[in-house]
Design a binder for this molecule. Sequence first.
Ligand SMILES: [Zn+2]
Length: 180
Amino acid sequence: MMTKRSVRRTAGVCLALGTALAHAHGTAHQHGVAKLDVAVESNRVTFELDTPLDNLIGIERAPRNDAERKRADAAVATLRDAAKLFGFDPAAQCRQQDVELTAPVLGLGAAAAPSEQGEHADLEGRFVFACADTARASQVDIGLFKAFPKLQQLDVQVAGPHGQSRQTLKRPANKLTLAK
Ligand SMILES: [Zn+2]
């Protein structure tokens, strides 16, 4: 039985998995679910992804063997090739400008703070696209479900010139609405 109750925010503590409690909490770590914040400006779209590492590579620690290393390298390469993960309407003329990945257990970005070390780990990604006119991109095709089979749900928040919207994409849905 799943109940929704408020959860006291405690830094560095991973909440129990698979519960509605974790989902109710925006920053919680819940396997299968990732958070995607989208900022739409007239000539730029920025995606910020925050996901349990498990969704991407099935483990949440440094790779220990060749198979795990290969899986981690492949996931990182997939994320760096962001133009395939975020498909814009060609009319908007968007092109990938910058990708920053942070995942301490994979040696990406800053080292983990002591409070963040534990049995769970996340990856944060920032993907920036420069566009001629984002008003011409009403939707984005999200390729994350196709690329990462363990990912089941994306909790999306879009902030743009017309305000904010929240959307939940569940596999296999892949159309993200940018403009309303
Ligand atoms: Zn985890």
